[in-house]
Design a protein around this ligand. Structure first.
Ligand code: OGA
Ligand code: MN
Length: 200
């Protein structure tokens, strides 16, 4: 897998890039079915938030339900996991980020206005998350469903709203880009990979 020149340029300038058709529709639909099956099995749990040393639940900050995804748990999810690994390698060589291991999380916003308040995924200086890659699984998404990802690029100061449509990938620098999930009015599925620096 290679990054295009435009993707490398966008990552450096704006802190993010988008890619549509990351897996191709047949594989994307298979991953969607696998994600829906995990949700139907009732294995997702309300996501926590960190406030200082405390871990707590607060749906006014974050309303999604999550599960950590391991390779080998399901064939379709494993396909996505391998694509994330290739993406990490491609970003490492094209953008000199030195990415190492990554974690993958399945998140489901159940609708009813569930959202995630503006935040960063990491803070500079700690050897933690360096790159975030979010892949969406929402076939048939319409604007009434809500749940747009709102990015806050530092360079322009103008927010950018991204529709969470099937097979769209959003990649951004975890320490740099503030973002939020606007209220979701339908089931909203995303799989996110967080890549750590090589020393982490
Ligand atoms: C997160 C997050 C955004 C999205 O889980 O940290 O910001 O679009 N998710 O699901
Ligand atoms: Mn985030």
């Amino acid at each position: 897998m290679d990054l295009t020149d435009a993707e490398v340029e966008a990552l450096g300038t704006h802190g993010y890039f988008l890619r549509d058709g990351f897996l191709g529709e047949p594989r994307a639909l298979a991953v969607r079915d696998a994600a829906l099956a995990r949700v139907a099995a009732g294995v997702l749990r309300p996501a926590g938030i960190r406030r200082g040393a405390d871990h707590s639940l607060d749906t006014s900050v974050r309303g999604d339900h999550i599960e950590w995804v391991l390779p080998g748990s399901d064939a379709a999810l494993e396909t996505l996991w391998h694509h994330f690994r290739e993406l990490g390698d491609a970003v490492s060589s094209a953008a000199y980020l030195g990415l190492g291991r990554f974690d993958v999380q399945l998140a489901c916003y159940p609708g009813g206005g569930a959202h995630y308040a503006r935040h960063r995924d990491a803070f500079p200086g700690q050897s933690n998350r360096r790159l975030t890659a979010i892949w969406y699984a929402n076939a048939g998404w319409t604007p009434q469903d809500g749940g747009m990802l709102r990015l806050h690029p530092e360079d322009t100061g103008t927010p950018v709203d991204v529709a969470p449509v099937l097979d769209r990938l959003v990649v951004f620098l975890s320490e740099r880009l503030e973002h939020e999930v606007l209220p979701s009015h339908a089931t909203r599925l995303a799989l996110t990979a967080w890549f750590y620096g090589r020393g982490a």
